[in-house]
Every structure is written in C-alpha cells, then in structure tokens.
Design a binder for this molecule. Structure first.
Ligand SMILES: [Zn+2]
Length: 173
C-alpha cells in the first residue's frame, strides 16, 4: 500500500510537471513542489498612512508608501546571492525567488519574472513625463519598483525592484 502511494505521488508529480510545460514552455513560475508559499488569494491589507509610517523602517516607508526610489547600488539585496524568497516588506507576500534573479548591473535587485504572475500588480505610471509600468504588491498596494522590456530570456523583462521594498527569506532546497 505504501509503495502504491509513493508511485501514485510520483506519477501525479510527473503529470503536473509535463502538463505545465505543455501549456506554456516559457512559464518560469516555480514548480508547485518547490512553492514556498501559496498563490495570492485576493485578500487585501489596508492601513492608515500613520500606521504604515509607524510600522515600517523609514526607507521602506518612503519606497512602499511614497513611491520613492532608493539610490542605486545601496540596497543590500542587490548583491544577495543566497537562495530564497523575496517578500513584500509591507505585508510579507512572496513576490520573487532567487531562480528569477539576475545581475542587471542597474544597481537594484532585478528579476526576469515574479514568483507567481498573480503576485504582482502592474499599472501604468506616467510620472516624471515618462511612461513606465509600476510594480505593486497586490495585497497591500506597496510600491516595489518598475518593470522594463530590456531583460534577459526567457521573458525579456526586467523587474527593477527596490531592495528596501523587499524582505529576504532563505529557503533550504
Ligand atoms: Zn505587500
């Protein structure tokens, strides 16, 4: 019985992997068996500005709530090469993973894809007379950074994210 269960589990896993590959070969989301957290479920975290200001470190508040950009090459996570998950510093939602991080030499942590596509919210941003695409946390609406179309394969995207908007959690794999 135990053997049968193990075989069934292996078959189920194989079928899931193949199915995911067939549906979209460019889908770079983390396979379910490696997923450290559940997909964003649509819940919202809403707090007053004074609550955010009190709860967040100053730089995280300025980035997440006032959409400021940290100076290039100053954020510690820009250089982080440990394996793990990058969470929203405002609410803890898992946003990015080491498997999608790369060195863009821009001075900010850069990713070619989010951990799960539903875990980022993209909106047009025409501030500074430039049309860009802003990256927000879908749960707390925290400003994370911007996404550009000059990234590497397979997506061609560069999620340029403020280190101060993220919290890193190492994951044993
Ligand atoms: Zn958040």
């Amino acid at each position: 019985m135990k053997t049968l269960l193990i075989i069934t589990a292996i078959l189920a896993f194989t079928a899931t992997s193949c199915d995911a590959q067939l549906r979209n070969p460019n889908d770079m989301r983390i396979p379910a068996h490696k997923m450290p957290a559940a997909e964003y479920q649509g819940d919202r975290i809403v707090k007053s500005d004074s609550d955010w200001r009190r709860e967040l470190p100053e730089l995280a508040y300025l980035v997440l709530r006032e959409k400021k950009t940290e100076p290039a090459f100053t954020g510690p996570l820009n250089y982080n090469e440990d394996r793990g998950v990058y969470k929203c510093a405002g609410c803890g939602l898992h946003i990015f993973h080491t498997d999608q991080k790369y060195d863009s030499r821009s001075g900010w942590p850069s990713f070619f894809a989010p951990l799960i596509v539903e875990n980022v919210k993209l909106v047009d941003d025409d501030s500074y007379n430039t049309l860009r695409t802003e990256v927000l946390c879908p749960r707390c609406d925290g400003h994370l950074g911007h996404v550009f179309d000059d990234g590497p394969k397979p997506t061609g995207l560069r999620y340029c994210i403020n280190s101060a908007a993220l919290e890193f959690q190492a994951v044993a794999e």
